[in-house]
Every structure is written in structure tokens, then in C-alpha cells.
Design a protein. Structure first.
Lengths: 415, 425
């Protein structure tokens, strides 16, 4: 295997967990790019391949940094492609495909999350033949088989077809809006979730490969990725015939309870949680009613209990209630606004938001990964690549093309 | 539906799971932790779950799947009849040890010296208080990878916050973003998101650290904040907030495309999700739904204009979808190239011909209930398929003899004495 042109800038610190892992990412949209972002966050060298000209589709999706529409300013693209290198390549042409094969010949992982029908089928076989150690992850909305195999999807349709969307909102929230439609997860959360799921078999195969020597073909269904979110409900139906609907699901007291300046989320389904909660409230008279002694008795008086809870929270702020709850060991949180999360002391203490500087969009804070490693601290190596930023590095330094070759490829719209 | 028998993996020649040979000492309980080690076990790791009758795993409590003894179930009378426990702990081994006893710690230290990873989802610092913090584990085994999931992380001013998944969802900002447009937040009324996100991030991170540990012989400690895993799903919203100073509105609209929503179909509570990412898809939606005028209306021709007219478009679509059966409409829209899918309720999902054909739900046997249906992994590999259920969820203490006797070399007498003293309990 030939030497690699590794990450462009290296910083002085301990090697990260996936240092040395070479990933090639062909991903239109969110799910595959998020998978690449995760691998890059732990030190993998992720090379993103974008179509020449317009670049990845998410470059055109707003909102944009500074509210200026520009292919280098899409907040989504900037976030999804942190720490990656990027080149342009039209692999649907013969020349382009030959270049792709040279790039994948030296890679460990190829992520393909691009349902554009023109990705040549035979190309994949060639690529795998030429690099038998390559791990190929094919991400498809509904997998490669089954009646929906050809279906298109994006976040909303995946989440709703995955079963968990139907159950939102449920219980008391559904009763407030009985005619309301099911709700989606905000933004791109749902597709990012698919990328997270896909990273799992990739890493397992990578771990395995050293011992065994061979690559793998992995098929990820983004639809199936979602069903773990409704695992419990499926098991209830499959094994006990219990069918959870929006009206019946999660009907309990507590949950989201309004207070003076927002909402708290209050959890008290178990006996000891109920007792802790009542102690926090000063053991009120109403709670001493015989009907409230057992969980099943309380379940018969949901609305009545809810009214008492709301009356108690009505004149208190969410932070005030939260502090009391923490003191008494009550399972209660509050609805933070995104602004409150962003300015939280906890996240500042953990350096959750870390700045990276981009040549066009400028410096901005990005959320770091949600884990800290004591021996191999996470770091932001670089902001998302500008379109074709690493073309020279990859085509000339790595593959040995000349400046003239690159010019010709560019004229032919291959690069 | 494919039927799988317990222990088939060892019988099948040529099947080797990717994490075979990795041993995990697993203190995880309830949901977020066990779901993580579930993935490692499904991928072939030997996960040894440490439990105790003194304080049972919360997932062993609750209403049993046979009978209706709720009070008994809550008190721990039916630890082997909990479907969620079965689902999250299949493929694992289980031992019982009362960790409050000093001799239990000695046994665990010995087990850690021959293992690759130690996992827990206790509140912050709990394992260290048992004398099993990373500093100690590293002394015993320099290559060990330890991972702790906690509500808000091991450090920081809120590290002692007591949290459950639904509370984490509230704290992350997600609760605030869920709701109908222009209405107060409703929250995401369930724990699934808060727990599952934490499980997946943790499984991802620990596999990467295990890889490095094997290559370098040096372990690592991973401190996972469940709160941050939930925030991570919203990262784009935070960038938007930092840039524009505004948080996005609630509701089903997309920040960039319209129409994008969930529309009522025939039936009592039946819906379809439709999104439109291009001008061509917009024309296709109009054609399938018979919205001829809208298709020709120049005000809707371009993406930006559709976005600013999204309320009108939603009303137009709703007026048509109500007379359609959801699956039929999704089929028609897909045939026209539009990302559309029926909103699948739990029954739709379980009975879906697509899921059936792909075999995502598998039958597995269990000693106490004959057989049951469990969920397979959401991916397939060319070699090992979906991974498999090669062993039912363990009965409490089922593998005490194997682990204490065979793995750690304790004599029958020594084990009996530990049982007598309720160290093994």
C-alpha cells in the first residue's frame, strides 16, 4: 500500500482513536455525511467526494451563515462536514470512475449514501475486487430489498414510517390537541440518527478486519434505524397483543407541567418517585387521600392529580422547581430553550461548543461530540472543506497527476 | 419471519461475528446502558452483566408479560418475564454480585484483569465510589477501556443532576422544539429518544476506543453525557441560533423546503408524511393529488416561494389527502418520485410487508416463555447477516458458575462460601 497524504494540518496532541482510518464518503444529503462526521470526529481521515459544479446538495440548503445564501455558508453543510477533506469528482464518467477506483484502492472504508440512480452498479464490484480489504457501507432509505426498496425518503418520512412518529405527541399532550397531526423530530435530527446507526457496523467491521484481513459489505436501512425508537411498543404488540395508540400511550400524571415561566418535565410513575415528589411539595393535605396511596389508585385520578401539580408549579419558575427537585432527589427536569442550553454553565465547563474557523463563513462555535476521552481528547482539526479544496492535494500529491492533467479533467467537468 | 434458535451461532460453520473475543464487564442497567452493550453483544462481544438481587436492574421490574401481577412485578417477583429486559440483554451472560461487599470488588478486579472493557450508567462517580474508578481499573489492566454514561457528564457544576431520559430530552432543548406551530411546546413524551441516542453514541465511541486499545495496548476512559447526546441530535439548531440569534419554530415544517408535513388520510387516525425537495416533486404532488391549478400557479413554482406560502400549500394538500388511503397514496406519490410514506402506527409497523420480508423481527426462544419476538439489528452484513440472537436474555445469575468457576478459577467450595455470605447475591 502506498503512503497517504494524510490530513493537511496535524496538530500536536495524542493520536485519536481512529487515526489512520481512511474513509471515502459519497453522500448526498444528511445521513451519510453525518456518519462521516462521526468517524472524522474520532480522527479518521474522511475524504468527501462532491459533484463538480454545484457540490453537495446540502450546500444549497439554508439557513446560511450571516443570512447570505452561498454554497460555502450553509450551516447544515458546515456542521455535517467538520474535520473532513473534500474533492470534486464526477464518477459517472469513465475517467471519473477510474479516478474513484484509484482513491478507493487506498481506503479502508467507503460510505455510499447516495440514491442517485446513476451510481454504476458494476463499479462497486470492481472497487471491492480491487481492494478486498475495503469496508463498504451502503445506506439506503428502506434497504436494498423488500417492497419499499426503491422508495425515496427524507427525515420526515423516515421518522413517520419508522413507527415512533405516530406516537408523538401522546397521552396528555395528544388530549390537548386531539385533531393534531403526528409531529416530526425537528430539523435533520432523524437523518443524523441514521448516520449514527450506520457508524456502528462500520466500526465493528473495521475492528474485525485487522484480525481477519477482509473487507465487508454492509447494508444499512435508514428506516430500520428508526425502529429501535419504538422497540418497547413493538415488543408489547408482538408478544402480548398490547397495541399502544396516541390516545392511550404514556397517559400518566406529571410529564410536561407548565410553571410560571415555562415547563418542567416531571417523572413520578414509581412509588418512591411519588413519595419524593410529595415530600418536595411539603407533603400537601390532598396527597394524603387514601385513593392516592397506590400507583393503581393514582392512575384512576390522573386529571385530579395533574390539577394539583399545576396549581403548585403555577407561581414558581422552572429553575426554582428544578433546584428544589435536585435537592430532594425528585426526577424532574425543565424544558430548556436552545439558548439556555447554549449558555449553560454545565456545557461551558465541558467545552461542549468548540470554535472552528472557515475561510468564507468565518469562525463559529460547533457542538463537539457528546463524549470525552481521557487519553485521546477530541479536537476540531479543520472546518468543513470549501468546494474542491483538496483537489490538488489528492489528485496531484496523492495520485500523482500533473497540473496539466488536472486542468484537462476540469475542462471535461470530471473534476 | 425468520425463526432462530438459541446458540445457533456456534453451530453455524464459517460465521464469525466482528467483536468475538472482546470481553465486557457490564454494570449497565435500566435502558441507556444495556441498549449499548446489547449492540456490542449482538456484534459478538462476550458481555458479562453484573447484577444483584440486592438492587435489581430496573428493567427486571414491572408488569410481567404473563399474568397481571403489577404490584409483585414492581417488587421484583417476576424478573424473568420482562420483554424489554429480554430484548436489551439477549446474547449477554449474567452474574450476581452485591457490589457493596468488599469481596465482590476483589472478584470484579480479577475479572477486569482479563477483560477489554468496563461499562456503567450509574450516576456520576458511582463506580469510583465503589473503588472501581478508571485510575484503579488502569492499574489492574492498562489496556482497559472504561465507559460511563451519566445524565449530564462526570464533571461540571451539574454533574450530580439526577436524570431520566425524558428529563434529558427536556434539558436538551428538544422538548422545547416539539409542538405545533405557534403553540406551546409539548415535549417529546417518551424516553426512547433520550436513552437510544445515548446508547448509540456510546457504542460508537467504545468501539473506536477498543480499536485503539488493541493497536496500542493503551486503554481510555469515556465520559458520556446523556444530555449532550440529545443536544447532538439538534446541533444544526444551535448553529442557527448562534448565527441568527433565533431558535427555529416548532411544527412539522422544514427550514428550507415546502410543502413538508403530515396530512390526514382516510380512516380514524391515519396520516401520510410528504416532503417536497424540488420543483419537479412539487409538480408530481400536484399531479397525483389532482391540484391542477396549484401546479400552474406561478406563486408556487419555485422553492423559495413555496416556503413562504407553506400554510396555503399545507391546506391545499390536506383538502385532497383526506379522501385517500394512506398506503395507496404513498405508493402513487413514490411512483411519481416524491418522498412520501404512510405514518405507520405500531401495528402497521409490525405487520408491514416490508419489515416482514426483511426479517427485522425475529423469533427467539427463552426458557421461561417458550419463544418470543425480538428486534434484530437495523443493518445486514454480507457475512453475518443481521447478527443473531444466539442466546436468550440471561436468567438472574445464570452464568455464575461459568464466570466464577471457569473464567476466574474459583473452586466450588469458594463459590458456595461466597453464596453463603451473600457476596454472590
Amino acid at each position: 500500500m502506498t503512503a497517504q497524504a494524510g490530513p493537511a494540518q496535524t496538530m500536536e496532541s495524542s493520536p485519536q482513536c481512529l487515526d489512520g482510518m481512511r474513509v471515502v464518503e459519497i453522500a448526498a444529503g444528511v445521513a451519510g455525511a453525518y456518519c462521516g462526521r462521526l468517524l472524522a470526529s474520532l480522527g479518521a481521515d474522511v475524504l468527501k467526494i462532491e459533484p463538480p459544479g454545484s457540490g453537495d446538495v446540502t450546500r444549497g440548503w439554508g439557513p446560511f451563515a450571516g443570512d447570505i445564501p452561498h454554497r460555502e455558508r450553509s450551516l447544515l453543510f458546515l456542521n455535517l462536514n467538520l474535520n473532513k477533506r473534500g474533492i470534486t469528482l464526477d464518477f459517472t464518467s469513465r475517467t471519473g470512475l477510474a479516478l474513484l477506483r484509484r482513491i478507493t484502492a487506498e481506503a479502508d472504508v467507503l460510505v455510499i449514501a447516495d440514491d442517485r440512480p446513476h451510481f454504476p452498479e458494476h463499479a462497486l464490484e470492481q472497487i471491492r475486487d480491487e481492494n478486498p480489504r475495503l469496508i463498504v457501507a451502503l445506506m439506503r432509505p428502506f434497504g436494498l430489498s423488500g417492497p419499499y426498496a426503491q422508495y425515496k425518503a427524507e427525515g420526515l418520512t423516515l421518522f413517520q414510517a419508522g413507527g415512533s412518529g405516530y406516537l408523538v405527541p401522546a397521552g396528555p399532550a395528544h388530549r390537548e390537541f386531539p385533531d393534531g397531526q403526528p409531529l416530526n423530530l425537528p430539523g435533520h435530527t432523524s437523518q443524523e440518527y441514521c448516520g449514527l446507526v450506520a457508524s456502528m457496523p462500520i466500526l465493528a467491521a473495521y475492528y474485525d478486519r485487522d484480525g481477519r484481513g477482509g473487507g465487508q459489505l454492509i447494508e444499512v436501512s435508514e428506516h430500520e434505524a428508526h425502529i429501535s425508537l419504538s422497540r418497547h411498543q413493538i415488543l408489547l404488540l408482538a408478544n402480548e397483543g398490547l397495541y399502544e395508540k396516541r390516545e392511550t400511550y404514556h397517559v400518566t400524571y406529571g410529564g410536561r407541567v407548565p410553571c410560571a415561566d415555562g415547563y418542567v418535565e416531571w417523572y413520578m410513575t414509581q412509588d418512591d418517585q411519588w413519595k419524593d415528589s410529595m415530600r418536595m411539595m411539603g407533603d400537601p393535605e390532598w396527597a394524603k387521600d387514601e385513593r392516592f396511596r397506590t400507583a393503581s389508585g393514582r392512575n384512576d385520578c390522573l386529571d385530579e392529580i395533574q390539577e394539583h401539580l399545576c396549581a403548585w408549579t403555577a407561581d414558581k419558575s422552572k429553575f426554582e422547581i428544578y433546584r428544589m427537585a435536585q435537592k430532594e432527589g425528585v426526577a424532574l427536569g425543565f424544558f430548556a430553550t436552545p439558548a439556555e442550553v447554549a449558555t449553560s454553565n454545565q456545557e461551558h465547563a465541558r467545552n461542549f461548543f468548540t470554535s472552528a474557523s472557515h475561510p468564507v463563513a468565518g469562525a463559529m462555535p460547533y457542538p463537539l461530540s457528546s463524549y470525552r476521552l481521557s487519553e485521546t481528547p477530541l479536537r476540531v482539526e479543520r472546518a468543513a472543506p470549501t468546494l474542491g479544496q483538496h483537489n490538488r492535494q489528492v489528485y496531484m500529491e496523492q495520485l500523482g497527476l500533473t497540473a496539466g492533467d488536472l486542468k484537462t479533467l476540469s475542462r471535461l467537468s470530471v473534476v | 419471519m425468520s425463526s432462530q434458535q438459541v446458540e445457533t451461532a456456534s453451530q453455524r460453520s464459517g460465521t464469525r461475528l466482528p467483536l468475538e473475543g472482546v470481553r465486557v464487564v457490564d454494570f449497565c442497567w435500566v435502558v441507556a446502558g444495556p441498549q449499548m452493550t446489547n449492540m456490542l453483544a449482538d456484534l459478538g462481544a462476550e458481555v458479562i452483566k453484573v447484577e444483584s438481587r440486592a438492587r435489581m436492574d430496573g428493567a427486571r421490574l414491572g408488569r410481567p408479560m404473563i399474568g397481571d401481577d403489577l404490584a409483585g412485578g414492581d417488587a421484583g417477583a417476576w424478573p424473568e418475564l420482562q420483554p424489554l429486559y429480554h430484548s436489551m440483554n439477549r446474547n449477554k451472560l449474567a452474574i450476581t454480585l452485591d457490589m457493596t461487599q468488599p469481596r465482590a470488588r476483589d472478584i470484579i478486579e480479577k475479572l477486569c484483569s482479563i477483560s477489554h472493557a468496563v461499562t456503567d450508567n450509574f450516576s456520576a462517580g458511582a463506580l469510583a465510589r465503589l473503588g472501581l474508578g478508571y485510575e484503579r481499573l488502569r492499574e489492574i489492566n492498562p489496556a482497559i477501556v472504561a465507559l460511563s454514561i451519566s445524565g449530564t457528564g462526570q464533571e461540571g457544576p451539574m454533574n450530580d443532576a439526577s436524570t431520566y431520559a425524558p428529563l434529558v430530552v427536556g434539558l436538551s432543548g428538544l422538548g422545547n422544539l416539539m409542538g405545533y406551530e405557534g403553540e406551546p411546546p409539548l415535549g417529546y413524551m417518551r424516553g426512547a429518544y433520550g436513552d437510544t441516542h445515548a446508547s448509540l453514541f456510546s457504542a460508537f465511541a467504545i468501539m473506536a476506543a477498543l480499536y485503539r486499545a488493541r493497536r496500542t495496548g493503551v486503554g481510555d476512559y469515556l465520559d458520556v453525557s446523556q444530555w449532550e447526546t440529545a443536544v447532538n441530535g439538534l446541533e444544526f439548531h444551535f448553529l442557527d441560533l448562534f448565527d441568527s440569534g433565533k431558535a427555529r419554530a416548532r411544527g412539522n415544517k422544514h427550514p428550507w423546503f415546502a410543502p413538508h408535513g403530515i396530512y390526514r388520510c382516510q380512516g380514524e387516525d391515519d396520516w401520510i408524511g410528504i416532503s417536497c425537495e424540488s420543483d419537479g416533486q412539487w409538480r408530481a404532488i400536484c399531479s397525483v393529488l389532482g391540484l391542477k391549478e396549484a401546479a400552474e400557479n406561478p406563486r408556487y413554482a419555485e422553492a423559495f416561494d413555496r416556503l413562504s406560502s407553506s400554510d396555503e400549500l399545507d391546506a391545499l394538500i390536506d383538502s385532497q389527502t383526506a379522501s385517500w388511503e394512506k398506503t395507496q397514496l404513498a405508493t402513487e406519490l413514490q411512483a411519481a418520485g416524491v418522498p412520501a410514506a404512510p405514518v405507520m402506527n405500531i401495528k402497521d409497523q409490525y405487520e408491514s410487508p416490508h419489515f416482514r420480508e426483511r426479517g427485522i423481527h425475529v423469533e427467539a426462544s427463552h426458557p421461561k416463555i417458550d419463544y418470543e419476538v425480538l428486534q434484530g439489528l437495523p443493518w445486514k452484513t454480507a457475512r453475518a447477516g443481521r447478527g443473531e440472537i444466539r442466546r436468550a436474555a440471561p436468567l438472574i445469575g445464570q452464568h455464575n458458575e461459568f464466570v466464577f468457576g471457569e473464567l476466574l478459577g474459583l473452586s466450588q467450595d469458594a463459590i458456595a462460601e461466597l453464596v453463603e455470605q451473600k457476596v454472590i447475591y
